[in-house]
Structure formats: structure tokens, C-alpha cells
Design a protein around this ligand. Sequence first.
Ligand SMILES: Cc1cc2nc3c(=O)[nH]c(=O)nc-3n(C[C@H](O)[C@H](O)[C@H](O)COP(=O)(O)OP(=O)(O)OC[C@H]3O[C@@H](n4cnc5c(N)ncnc54)[C@H](O)[C@@H]3O)c2cc1C
Length: 447
Amino acid sequence: MNFNFPPEKNNMPSTVYEPYSTPTAYQTQESNEFERKTLLSDIQTDAVVIGAGITGNTLAVHLSEAGKSVVQLEANVPGWGGSGRAFGSVVPCHKNSEEAIIRHYGEQRGNRLIDALAHGPALVSELLNRHNIDAAFAGGGWAFGAHSKPFYKKLQTRAEYWQARHADVEYLNASEFSQVIGSDYYRGGLIDRRALSVNPYAYARGLFKKAYQLGTEQYTNTPAVDVEQMQNGSWRIRTPQGSVECENVYFCTNAYTKGVWPGLEEGFIRVRGFGATTAAIDPTLLADILPQNHFITDTRQLWSGIRKLPNGQIHLGVGGPAMGAKGKADLKVARRRLKDVYPSIGSVEWGESWSGWIAISTDQFPRILRLANGVWAAQGYSGRGIAMATLLGRELSFCQGDIESEDLILPVEKKIPWVPFHSVSPLGAAAMIGLYGVQDAIADRNK
Ligand SMILES: Cc1cc2nc3c(=O)[nH]c(=O)nc-3n(C[C@H](O)[C@H](O)[C@H](O)COP(=O)(O)OP(=O)(O)OC[C@H]3O[C@@H](n4cnc5c(N)ncnc54)[C@H](O)[C@@H]3O)c2cc1C
């Protein structure tokens, strides 16, 4: 079978340098279904979608379904950005607490956002089913472990909050939790059966294919390099060898945006996240690890994801040098973590590791931006982006000209958020990540 392994260091101008390819563990589909031409002429359309991650592809599907003519430009290949590199947990809540959401957005909009996020995995599921995309892994949902004493009570309270909202969530004590995950590492934990575990690359590419079938005109290896307003008020997007004129243009470039719209990348801090897979594990050993196929994350601040892939590998969310393109995943720490949780695993052989860029906003909340009349963007999902990209791709389809035609789940903002001291913010973020690491280590010691 001819799989599409994007060439190593496939990097285009007007997007961020990406040192790794997308993981081979995610490459499950034949390449020719996703091959598209580069743009070599000057064309016209209703809407231009820049970027072919989950946001851009969901948007292209919705706009095409609404009868718009759509051109989609992708600098590399579909799923090349965060969407093709994510850990693949689709969770029904935000990183910030529900109280923080209400404080930030007010009672009414805050509650709507909480409900929309709670419905996020179901929305992803619906799209997967409706469009026949094979990207969801069978399994029991999310096992969210309490890694130290103070978090035991916190997770119990959280379970009560969600149960009051009729969510399929349960709190388990240490021994019940250990039965579910096959490890007695945690003091207890929450089981959230609403969550999904997916191959995010297959999800992004499945949406890309659907948009194509619905009539979206797609160009790959075709970066937008410049956007300018014409005298008649419409927009012209230039690419290295062509251009597109349109009424509305949507930046779905998120953490990979670079230089095309002035200041867009200054609205967030770009941080690098890592993933790693083990070599395939002996099936007898694997049967006792996550026996009901949940994915784990825990209450520590830094990377804690562990899940099984259908091919028998274990996949971990991993730390590493977060602030620049140099350096590799910290596999020493990842090995220690895997052996802490599953001591029976013995020696750990690695399959591969990779990284991807994440757009972190200072308050961790995502943004829908109106950059000018007819120019829109969604970004800053802060590492919880699979459901959010699906939601905001749909929301962007209601944004045209200078109006949003529906009451959106997020307010539309006209100013790119200000990140104080943006040019030195990587240093601040690095210090924060270091501090989180120390807090996690202290909590681990007081387990
Ligand atoms: C290591 C890692 C782990 C993660 N784990 C999870 C997780 O478990 N759960 C979760 O919910 N979220 C997770 N995320 C976050 C999630 O992956 C992202 O928030 C989400 O995929 C963003 O989707 P997007 O479509 O907005 O952007 P992206 O998928 O990044 O797509 C942007 C696209 O724009 C293209 N582009 C950029 N500039 C241009 C240009 N000038 N012209 C044309 N195209 C351009 C890029 O090539 C790219 O394909 C993780 C992210 C990473 C990196």
C-alpha cells in the first residue's frame, strides 16, 4: 500500500519551521486521495480558507455545504500542523475551570460555552459517522487520575459537578480506578465516558476529503504569502505562483501562522509539544495495560497522556524543549513515567518521537478574530484543540463581511490579543514550564 509520508523537513515560506514529519503511527490512509495540485493561476471565489488542519477543513465542509464556492490553500499537506501531531484525546471540557469560564464570559455565554464543550466529543463523533471517517479508537473514554492527595478531593468535586449536569462521569476510589486502568499508581480518578480517543491526522484528512467531495477547490504545497484589499473592497491572496480574489478570507493557520497577516502570531505564545510511541508491545503484556482501552491523563501540570494505539504501540504525551525548534522529546522522563505507572512493562523500546507547535493564549481561552471586514481568524486553543477546532470551524462559517450571522459561542474580537513583552514571552513561558515541572516533582514526592 502506498502511504503518504510527507517528506522530512517539508517546509514552506509563510509558515513556521517544523522540524519533524507527522508521526508514521498516524499514517493509515492511501496518499493519492489527498494529492492536490499547487495553484498556478489567478482565480476568483466566494471564500478562501487558509490552512488544512481541523479548523480549516471543518470550515471548508460547512461553507461548501452552505453553497459557497470555496478555495482552500495549504502550505504543506492536509493535517501537517497541530492536527496531525496531537495526542488525540477529545475531552468534553476546557483547561480552565467552569468557574473561570463563567468569570471570563459571564453567566449566559459562559454556560453556553461549557455546554458546547461538553458536547464537543459528541460533535466530533457525529462528523466521523456522518462523513464515514475512520479515525476513532474503540475504548472506554478518559481516565483522569488524581496524582496526589489534594487532587483526590478536587476530582471528586468535579465528578459531582458533571453528574449534576447529567454527564456520564463517575468518580472511582484508588482500588476501583486501578482495576479500570490496570495500575495502582493513582489515588483515585474520574472516568469520563463522553471523551473520545482519535487518530487526529486521519480525522483532519477525512474532513479534507469530505470538503473536496462537497466542491471545495483545494491546493496543497501552496502557502498564502500575502493578503491585500483591492479597490472594489474584495481581497486578493497571493501564493508563490498564483492568486485568489474573494469576499471573505479565513486564517485557520493557528500556531503555524507566520507573517502573512501583520501581528496575528503576536496574539499567542508559540510552544512546542511532543509525542512518542513505544515499539509494539508483547500482546500478553499489553492486555493488562489500560485493559478497557481508556486514555489516561492526570492532575499534574505537564504532559501526562498515555494510551494504546490499535497497532499495539503505547503512545505518550511527552515534554521537551518547548520554546524553539531545536532539541528532542525528553524520552528519559517519558520512560520513567511509563515505568512508574506500569512497572511490569520492563525495558521500554521506542518507536518514534515527534513535535508540533501549540498556540497558547495568555488566559488559555481561544479567539475568533475579525481582522478586517471579510478577514477572519480562529486561534489560541492552548493545547485543547481537537473539539475546539471542530466547533470554531463551524462558527467561522457564520462569519462573513463585517457580521456574524449567528449568536456564536465565543464573542468576535476585533483586536488581536495583546501578549505583554511578546518578543521575550518565550523566556517567561519557559520559566513557567520549569516551575510546573518542579511543582509536579514535589507533588510526586508527596504522593
Ligand atoms: C504535540 C501536541 C499534542 C496535542 N494534543 C492534543 C490533544 O490530545 N487534544 C486536543 O484537543 N488538542 C491537542 N493538541 C492541540 C490540537 O492539535 C490543535 O489545537 C488543533 O489541531 C489545531 O487545529 P488547527 O486546524 O486550528 O491548526 P493546525 O492543525 O495547526 O493547522 C494549521 C495549518 O495551517 C497551515 N498554514 C500555516 N500557514 C499557512 C499559510 N501561510 N498558507 C497556507 N497554509 C498555512 C499549516 O501548514 C497547517 O496545516 C495537541 C497539539 C500538539 C502539537
